[in-house]
Design a protein around this ligand. Structure first.
Ligand SMILES: [Zn+2]
Length: 202
């Protein structure tokens, strides 16, 4: 019996260690997932003051902003401010929001994403976000309307940046989402390819 035990024990011990190892890994993966989810939720529900507080104003595009201001006849009392910050989980790559005090628009741009862009893609991004001001009102704000809003903003942005820059901007955004294409991606690309061809024809 003693001999039998000494043979069995290492095997049982190995099994036990293996189970312990697997349990630890599962625990680690679970913890990472829960922490990430909470982090996303916390950022998503941040009040505006906090969102503004974690960003830094960017003044590189004042010239572009004033051109778009003139073009869209944006009232001089409306402020337009670009903020770069860790906004990936708050707004995605970029988002234009209306603010009340003082009245105007805040453009929230994720700084990690921004740093990966070429000057042309940066122009495309800023012009796209401000291009949302041209969105035509809809009765129901559903997915179809949202895709239409994106297409309108893209089209507007091609006044200031080549369609190629918007296409590569979209591709860089996809890469940030581990290659997951956003809704409406194909339609947006089709629209930009069409503008590209139209530009070449003229
Ligand atoms: Zn957009």
């Amino acid at each position: 019996m003693a001999g039998e035990n000494s043979v069995k024990q290492p095997a049982q011990l190995r099994l036990l260690l293996l189970l312990l190892f697997i349990t630890l890994w599962l625990f680690l993966i679970f913890t990472i997932l829960v922490t990430r989810k909470n982090f996303k939720q916390e950022q998503g529900s941040m009040p505006l003051e906090v969102i503004v507080g974690i960003g830094k104003q960017n003044l590189e595009h004042e010239n572009l902003i004033s051109r778009i201001r003139d073009d869209l006849k944006i009232h001089k009392n409306l402020e337009i401010k670009i903020l770069l910050g860790p906004y990936r989980y708050v707004t995605g790559e970029g988002l234009l929001i209306f603010k009340l005090k003082p009245p105007g628009f805040l453009m929230l741009i994720d700084k990690d994403f921004y740093q990966k862009l070429t000057p042309e893609e940066k122009t495309a991004l800023i012009a796209h976000e401000l291009g949302h001001l041209t969105n035509k009102p809809v009765l129901i704000n559903d997915i179809t309307a949202n895709i239409q809003f994106q297409i309108e903003a893209d089209t507007y942005a091609t006044k200031y940046a080549p369609p190629e820059a918007l296409i590569s901007l979209l591709d860089k955004a996809n890469f940030m989402h581990d290659g997951v294409k956003p809704i409406g991606y194909d339609l947006r690309i089709q629209n930009l390819q069409k503008i590209k061809l139209d530009n070449q024809a003229h």
